[in-house]
Design a protein around this ligand. Structure first.
Ligand code: C2E
Ligand code: MG
Ligand code: MG
Length: 399
């Protein structure tokens, strides 16, 4: 037996741009087009969404089945005339064949699904045949995604707080909230190990909303003493209205005054943001929170966009900061960013400051604040309590 797992690429865009009625019609036509590719004894079922499964009963016919996958691929790749529209999608197909008698049909379905995922990752509009080597890579992604789905309810996410210091006097003026996942059996995972996977699904919005609320809850006291807390939001999170509700709810429950909260988004998120994302960003700005551009200088630094959007803070990416004391051109870029940001009325924060020589240069160039190993690693809240407590004690004499 061979199973083909067929997933339409670009179906969501059809739904979003041409409407659900066109999307529904496309699914019906796609089912019909798949059916004409089949041989006697084969059958197709729709699993849900834009996913179909084809079951070829005729043994592990390795000669015939790739032909079916090719035919299905080209059938689904041709435009679908629907009303006055021409909807275009393609198909990512995963294929698994019973190599031995021990594989159950459930195993086959899972393997075909993994192969389909592989086809998607390799660039869509293609067929991938399951083999054991792809199991490992894809399996981890799948298991991460599934386990992450439960992590929030099971209280496995943590927030660390990295101090942000004023360069003029090295006082701690706030913190950036950075998520970690305490995954049973895996230890404390950094964001790189799961944020990209969360971003590839809608999980990211739940993660970001949770971090936002947890950071507000834990930092209310620091904010009362003058600290500013920064929270990261992914591009996809901005597309969900949930984030606006999470923010207003967090502000209401904690009583934090909104100007003590900064939302960090990347340039790419600002630029790629669709109408909903921009509207949500606007609604959050209306609540009074600040907006910060993270990793500035590495994305599509659209200067016209900087001018249009109401941005309070620029965070200079650590790739420039880490070289600025050894490479003249990096130093020049940093000073140009500082000059431009200041001219536009923004606050400048340098990221990834590790050496005193970098701090000295940044101070000379007039940068406002900094963050990095030199001043403090991301800390659990109780440790940040201490670091910040020292500042709060010193504050009266310092200012
Ligand atoms: P980011 O927002 O640019 O955060 C700064 C990153 O640089 C943090 O990595 C921090 O630990 C690291 N860092 C700080 N100082 C230094 C230094 O002196 N040297 C070096 N080499 N690194 C330094 P982390 O915590 O691993 O986070 C990585 C990225 O993950 C963040 O980059 C942010 O883009 C993302 N992230 C973290 N938390 C969240 C979250 O709650 N939601 C979303 N959507 N993304 C998050
Ligand atoms: Mg950040
Ligand atoms: Mg950054």
């Amino acid at each position: 037996m061979t199973i083909l797992y067929v997933d339409l690429d670009g179906f969501k865009q059809v739904n979003d741009s041409l409407g659900y009625a066109v999307g529904d019609e496309l699914l019906v036509l796609a089912g019909q087009r798949i059916r004409v590719c089949l041989r006697q004894g084969d059958f197709v079922a729709r699993l849900g969404g834009d996913e179909f499964v084809v079951v070829c009963q005729n043994g592990s016919d390795s000669a015939g089945t790739p032909g079916i996958a090719d035919r299905i691929g080209s059938q689904l790749g041709a435009p679908f005339p629907i009303g006055e529209h021409h909807a275009v999608v393609s198909a990512s197909i995963g294929m698994a064949t019973t190599a031995d008698s021990t594989a159950t049909s459930e195993d086959l379905l899972r393997q075909a699904d993994l192969a389909m995922y592989h086809a998607k990752v390799r660039g869509k509009a293609r067929t991938a045949v399951f083999d054991e080597s792809m199991q490992l890579v894809v399996d981890t992604k799948f298991s991460v995604r599934n386990a992450l789905g439960r992590a929030i309810n099971q209280q496995e996410l943590r927030v660390l707080y990295q101090p942000v210091v004023s360069l003029a006097d090295e006082r701690v003026i706030g913190a950036e909230a950075l998520v970690r996942w305490e995954r049973p059996g895996f230890g404390l995972l950094p964001p790189d190990g799961f944020i990209p996977i969360a971003e590839a699904s809608s999980l990211i919005s739940a993660v970001d909303c949770w971090v936002l609320q947890e950071a507000c809850r834990r930092s209310a006291q620091w904010c009362e003493q003058g600290a500013t807390i920064a929270v990261n939001l992914s591009a996809r999170t901005l597309e969900h209205d949930d984030v606006v509700n999470a923010l207003s709810e967090a502000l209401r429950q904690t009583g934090i005054s909104p100007q003590h909260l900064t939302l960090e988004v990347t340039e790419t998120a600002l630029l790629s943001g669709n109408g909903t994302a921009n509207r949500n960003l606007g609604r959050m700005r209306d609540l009074g929170v600040k907006l910060s551009i993270d990793d500035f200088g590495t994305g599509y630094s659209s200067l016209s966009h900087l001018q249009r959007t109401d941005i309070d803070v620029l965070k200079i990416d650590q790739s420039f900061v880490s070289l600025m004391d050894v490479d003249a051109s990096s130093a020049t870029i940093v000073s140009a960013i500082i000059a431009m940001g200041h001219a536009l009325g923004m606050t400048l924060i340098a990221e990834g400051v590790e050496r005193p020589s970098q701090a000295t240069l940044l101070r000379e160039q007039g940068c406002d604040a900094a963050q990095g190993w030199l001043f403090g690693r991301p800390l659990v809240a109780s440790d940040f309590d201490e670091v910040f407590g020292e500042f709060a004690v010193r504050k009266p004499s310092a200012g």
